[in-house]
Each structure stands twice: as structure tokens, then as C-alpha cells.
Design a protein around this ligand. Structure first.
Ligand code: DX5
Ligand code: ZN
Length: 214
């Protein structure tokens, strides 16, 4: 699956920017609060507007503190998948259950230097694992390769039938890096600048997809 990130889109023309990626599997929406990450983007009202103008399943990536308070609202609004960060809560299982109860898939994300081992036991409560391959906060950064070990670890558990989970990667994915992520067992590839930095985003999505279809 390819999930373009609208972080690199024109925020004044979101409806057109969503049309420009028709055919994408998910659209990735980065919610930042300027506390968990040093950047501020958009929140629930904008996500509600996005949901009105697109049929592409919306993948909300919450880079915010206090997901207990905010995450279920994105699920209630109709997001397909709501991912929050492991670093932001002491009770990720409760947040996951609240997201699922509100009707969305639940995702857990880990920053590049956050190990996955402490979370393996609780991943059965989740539908998605979002492995960050840049420090969250900004688009256009370089891919951090060592995070692929985490994707591999979780992919092996999925292949062994111990987990059912989409393994998603976010940050620095482009024509040069997507294949190594696919080789590590990633199912869903977020790409911001690599998609919206091109003149035909939908064609770029298709080219990225072709690179990982064996
Ligand atoms: C960064 C965001 C990413 C960002 C990726 O914190 O989570 O989704 O849009 O941008 P690129 O693909 O340009 O690295
Ligand atoms: Zn993201």
C-alpha cells in the first residue's frame, strides 16, 4: 500500500491535492501539536473537512501528547486508521481500545530510537505498527535505515501467525529507499515529499507501487 502524506501538499488547496493522489491506498494525515514534536500542523476540524471531500481511507498519524484525550475523536469522525505514539502514553492498550470502540483501526508508532521489544506483547491490540524512519516533525528528511530491524522483527511475528498487523513505515521513503523497506517486510509506505514534490503525484504513487510489487 502507498499512503501519500499531505504534509508536503498545499494546505490551501487540500481538496485538489487529495484529487491529485486518487488511486492511493491510504492518505496519511500528520497531526502535530508543537509539544510532542517541534512543529504544528492541523487538527480535528481539518480532518473532518478532508473526510468530506475524499473516498481514500484516511490514516491519521497523531504526533501529539495526551492521545487518551484526542485520539478517539479522529476515529469518531471517520478516520480509517488512527495511530498514536508509544512515547506519549502509559496506557497504550486503553487508547487502542478506545480507538477501536470508536470505529477505527488502531495504530502504534515508535520513533527511530524507540525499541520495539517492550511493545511486542501489546501489538495484538493494534491493527497497524507505524515505524518512523525519520524523527517525527518534518517532511523531507533522510531515511534512517536501522529502523528496518524493527519492521523485520514484527514482520516475522506476522508471518509466524502470532500477530495480524499492517507494518507501515514513515519518513524518507522515495524511489531509492522503498525497495529496502519492502525487503524488510513493510506493507504500507508513507511518502510525502517524494509524491507531492513531483508534477504528477498519482503517477508517482503508481511508480512507487510498481517498485515494491515483486
Ligand atoms: C514526519 C511525518 C511524515 C512526513 C514524511 O513527521 O510523520 O509523514 O510527511 O515526509 P517525507 O516522506 O517527505 O519524509
Ligand atoms: Zn506521518
Amino acid at each position: 500500500m502507498i499512503a501519500p502524506s499531505i504534509l508536503s501538499a498545499d494546505f490551501a488547496n487540500l481538496a485538489a491535492e487529495l484529487k491529485a493522489i486518487e488511486g492511493s491506498d491510504w492518505v496519511h494525515v500528520d497531526v502535530m501539536d508543537n509539544h510532542f514534536v517541534p512543529n504544528l500542523t492541523l487538527g480535528l476540524p481539518v480532518v473532518q473537512s478532508i473526510l468530506k471531500v475524499t473516498d481514500i481511507p484516511v490514516d491519521c498519524h497523531l504526533m501529539i501528547e495526551n492521545p487518551e484525550r484526542w485520539a478517539p475523536g479522529y476515529a469518531e469522525a471517520g478516520a480509517y486508521n488512527v495511530t498514536f505514539h508509544a512515547e506519549t502514553t502509559d496506557d497504550p492498550i486503553a487508547v487502542a481500545r478506545d480507538i477501536r470502540a470508536a470505529g477505527a483501526k488502531a495504530g502504534l508508532s515508535v520513533k527511530p530510537n524507540t525499541p520495539i521489544e517492550p511493545y511486542l506483547e501489546i501489538l495484538k491490540e493494534f491493527d497497524t505498527l507505524l515505524v518512523m524512519s525519520v524523527e517525527p516533525g518534518f517532511g523531507g528528511q533522510s531515511f534512517i535505515g536501522h529502523v528496518l530491524e524493527k519492521a523485520r522483527t514484527v514482520r516475522n511475528l506476522v508471518d509466524a501467525g502470532e500477530l495480524r498487523l499492517v507494518v507501515e513505515i514513515d519518513g524518507g521513503i522515495n524511489m531509492d529507499t522503498i525497495e529496502q523497506a519492502a525487503e524488510a517486510g513493510v506493507d504500507c509506505f508513507v511518502a510525502g515529499s517524494a509524491v507531492y514534490g513531483t508534477s504528477d503525484p498519482a503517477a508517482t504513487v503508481e511508480t512507487l507501487r510498481q517498485k515494491v510489487i515483486a
